[in-house]
Design a protein around this ligand. Structure first.
Ligand code: PLP
Length: 847
């Protein structure tokens, strides 16, 4: 290949609208409909053609259209309003400044393999990326000092084309970074940021780009540089493409390269957040930094752990990245010496005994002060999954938290719905989205107004879907009659169900197709018909997922279903937004409990679209019997076939007996009860399931604590980290000596409410000192797996009664009903992030 220089010729903007350039390079525009209007008003067709990419739009828009806008008073009025909103947003006082005025020097760095911020930046595949994008937007809204770090995939995920046979084809297009909303990041002194990462036998150069999302910056890493070999230039070509080798290379670039990039940018985070195990290699680079500065590896591990946060999203162990020891030798072997350890010591940082490999989730867990799942249910599932790491510790005390996912509300709400919120909730409804009281005002929206708004959105969605199908048929040279027919597909007056998400098999897009006869009756009911819209991509290596797409496309071309069941191709943020703003029911059928959270239903809910979902992920936390529908119950199944059969039949029952009749019951043309349910949904879901609430939760529960811990641990040349590491070593080596010598209980023969039980215990500690441990009473409800809802009552130190034997005592009061209680000794956790940072505990024997 010959080499060439790339240049971009930037258009000259009329002075009156010169700041459009600035607006185009900040994704803030994407959640402000008026800002988008500044582009779409000028040339609506081009705006669609460039997939809402304003940088590209300004490159290609006709000069006279720019001139015309610059001379149009109405346009200029919008322009000046938008620009002053933008300035107010960028400079205004924020939640973070008000809440944490003393912590302005903190900085959270958030690492993720994908970011779904906007359709113009297609470097995401699904929920994980969307969550990361929405996290950044809310961090910006809240004024949290925050940067994101990700990878800039030259070919993105992939474009989905459905061919004549109804099969998915994956197409990859090169993105021209010069025509995107990103720009090269610059070093504090000026100049591009280019770092190197070590790969077997060579260094790979990585360039850093930046994307401005409101106040937040996301840094993206890119190896497509002429300094690199052809193979290395392709390392960041595809998201989740390639084999295990590509995978580990991308994770090295993200983790190790990401930390190096921040350093060159002069950025020193005080809290480090890994979004899923793909980002776990940041740990190795941080360990290397500390060890090279003179710390021992064990001490370095304590400092790194002190301010690291890990969010896991994968409820099945097989979903976690595991690399063989040989791969670790090949790719990371140079680090053994650099972090002053040997092969065994290195592998132990993340070794997975069961799968005999180096597990990124283990690496992350072993080095995070705070680990969380993404819904309450998923938190529980994760605790069970890792309970083997915490032998003899009650499940509920396993230090895995949960922070339920949310959405960036302003991104997903339709402009028309937003106008209703402004009118009835208040102009400033976006200022405190997580306040439930204000959302009660949605009951003030007149039924008719809400319904008409919904119908407008539905009409727009149907047009969008028809267009999508039309384009596909036209491209596939379908017969003309068929192409013409699609203008009549779908009707605004028919109950419409939407199902759009990644076509991973556990999401069970096939559930309704389990009984095609019943489905045909449902769809073709003459009085009360139903139509269904599907969309979604299957990973190019996922055959079963692709077969499912084919199956749905086949069904959609069969006579009883044609025009009533449709498949929309190339699911992305734009398709997603149209569908979930315009359908009546948002269907979600994951195989419980495999949906860690799910967020698309939350996006639907903020548009008054009713969720009909399996009680999995976030839905059990939201569903209250009134604000949507639940398929099946919250029981667990052993057998997948039985589960499918029962869930399919519950879903059909629900549709036939409840949802359809409800929808078609009209009073003066309006489905009053349905509209009531829409309001119940608006009143109860959006305030709770927003990234505003979520990011506040991460900040208050983890980020601030992590930053304080990091500061304390690293002060004075990491003195505290060294002490803690010594302490852990000492306790681990001597724990076996600890035992209960005697326990005395004074308990009246008949326990009445509010009577006290007096407990005294003598414990032998060997060389361990009383200040190193806590003796406590643990009591709670008796259940089939031990004690539930436990309360901890620390025991007072009384006196030393013999050499290394100490007496403790306390009183407890039990509540009514059957309780159990017992005693235990655990490490004193003054500087631990949680009680069981060392999974050591000594329970009273035979108690
Ligand atoms: C919200 C969203 C997702 C996540 O959807 P789930 O149903 O929660 O899995 C995936 N892809 C896109 C484009 C989305 O907008």
């Amino acid at each position: 290949m010959y080499s060439y220089r790339t240049v971009s010729v930037i258009p000259e903007l009329p002075e009156a609208i010169d700041r459009l350039k600035e607006l185009a390079r900040n994704l803030w525009f994407s959640w402000h409909p008026e800002a988008e209007l500044l582009f779409s008003r000028m040339d609506a067709v081009l705006w669609e053609e460039v997939n809402h990419n304003p940088v590209k739009f300004l490159l290609y828009v006709d000069a006279d259209k720019l001139q015309k806008a610059a001379g149009d008073p109405e346009y200029l009025e919008i322009y000046s309003r938008v620009m002053s909103d933008f300035d107010a947003y960028m400079q205004g006082e924020t939640w973070y400044q008000r809440t944490c005025p003393e912590q302005t020097n903190q900085l959270v760095a958030y690492f993720s393999a994908e970011f779904g911020v906007h359709e113009s930046n297609p470097v995401y595949s699904g929920g994980l990326g969307l969550l990361a994008g929405d996290h950044c937007k809310s961090a910006s809204d809240l004024g949290l000092p925050f940067v994101g770090v990700g990878i800039l995939y030259k070919q993105g995920y992939f474009c989905q084309r459905i061919n004549r046979e109804g099969r998915q084809e994956a197409h990859y297009f090169f993105m021209d970074f010069n025509e995107m909303t990103i720009s090269p990041a610059t070093r504090p002194g000026g100049g591009d940021v280019i770092i190197t990462v070590r790969m077997p036998g060579r260094d790979v150069f990585v360039k850093v780009w930046q994307l401005q999302v409101g106040r937040t910056v996301i840094y993206f890493l890119d190896t497509d540089l002429t300094q690199n070999s052809r193979e290395d230039r392709l390392l960041t070509a595809k998201l989740y493409g390639g084999d295990q080798d590509t995978r580990i290379c991308q994770e090295i670039i993200l983790g190790i390269g990401g930390v190096k990039a921040l350093r060159q940018l002069g950025i020193f985070p005080t809290a480090w957040h890994m979004n899923e195990g793909h980002a776990a290699l940041i740990i190795l680079e941080r360990l290397r930094e500390y060890v090279q500065s003179g710390l021992s590896l064990p001490t370095a591990r304590e400092v790194v752990r002190s301010n690291t946060i890990f969010t896991t999203h994968t409820p099945v162990p097989a979903g976690h990245d595991v690399f063989s020891a040989e791969m670790i030798d090949r790719y990371l072997g140079h680090l053994y010496e650099e972090i002053k350890t040997d092969r065994d010591g290195f592998l132990a940082l993340g070794w997975d005994q069961g799968r005999q490999g180096f597990n990124m989730t283990k690496l992350a867990l072993n080095h995070a002060a705070f680990t969380n799942g993404v819904s309450k249910l998923h938190g529980e599932v994760t605790k069970k999954m890792f309970s083997h790491l915490y032998p003899s510790i009650p499940l509920e005390e396993i230090p895995i938290h949960s922070v339920t996912n949310g959405i960036h509300t302003e991104t997903w709400v339709a402009p028309e719905m937003r106008a209703l919120f402004e009118k009835y909730i208040g102009k400033d409804w976006t200022h405190n989205i997580s306040d439930p009281c204000r959302w009660k005002r949605v009951y003030d929206i007149p039924d008719q107004e809400l319904w008409e708004t919904h119908q407008i959105l539905k009409g727009r969605m149907i047009k969008f879907v028809q267009n999508n199908i039309y384009r596909r048929m036209d491209r596939n040279f379908q017969p003309l009659e068929l192409i013409r027919e699609c203008a009549g597909y779908l009707s605004k007056n028919v109950l419409t169900i939407g199902f759009a998400r990644r076509f991973a098999t556990y999401k069970r897009a096939y559930l309704l197709l389990k009984d095609k006869e019943r489905l045909a009756r449902l769809v073709n009911n003459p009085e009360r018909p139903v139509q269904i819209i599907y969309a979604g991509k299957a990973h190019p290596a996922d055959r079963p997922g692709q077969d499912l797409i084919k199956m749905i496309n086949d069904v959609s071309s069969e006579e009883p279903f044609r025009g009533k069941i449709v498949f929309v191709e190339d699911y992305d943020i734009n398709v997603s937004r149209h569908l979930l703003q315009g359908v009546d029911v948002w269907l979600n059928t994951p195989r419980r409990p495999l949906e860690a959270s799910g967020t698309s239903g939350q996006k639907a809910a903020v548009n008054g679209v009713i969720n009909c979902s399996i009680l999995d992920g976030w839905w059990p936390e939201a569903y209250n019997g009134e604000n949507g529908f639940a398929i099946g119950s919250d029981r667990d199944y052993e057998n997948e076939e039985v589960q499918d059969r029962e869930d399919a039949s519950s879903l059909f029952d629900l549709l036939e007996q409840v949802i359809v009749p409800y929808y078609y019951r009209r009073v003066e043309g309006i489905p009053r009860e349905w509209v009531r349910r829409m309001k119940d949904c608006l009143a109860t879901i959006p305030w709770k399931f927003s990234t505003e609430r979520m990011v506040k939760e991460y900040t208050q529960r983890f980020y601030l604590k992590a930053a304080l811990r990091g500061e304390a641990f690293s002060a004075d040349r990491c003195r505290l980290a060294g002490q803690i590491q010594e302490f852990k070593k000492f306790l681990t080596e001597n724990w076996h000596q600890i035992s209960f010598r005697s326990i005395r209980v004074h308990q009246p023969p008949v326990l009445k409410e509010n009577t006290e039980i007096f407990i005294q215990a003598e414990v032998f500690l060997g060389p361990v000192q009383p200040r190193d441990i806590v003796v406590e009473v643990v009591y709670g409800k008796v259940s089939d797996h031990g004690l539930d809802k436990v309360t901890l009552m620390p025991m007072r130190f009384n006196q030393a009664v013999a050499d290394n034997v100490y007496q403790y005592e306390t009183n407890i009061v039990l509540i009514r009903g059957t309780s159990g209680y017992t005693l235990r000794i655990r490490p004193n956790d003054e500087y631990f992030a949680h009680h069981f940072e060392l999974p050591l505990v000594k329970w009273a024997d035979n108690f």
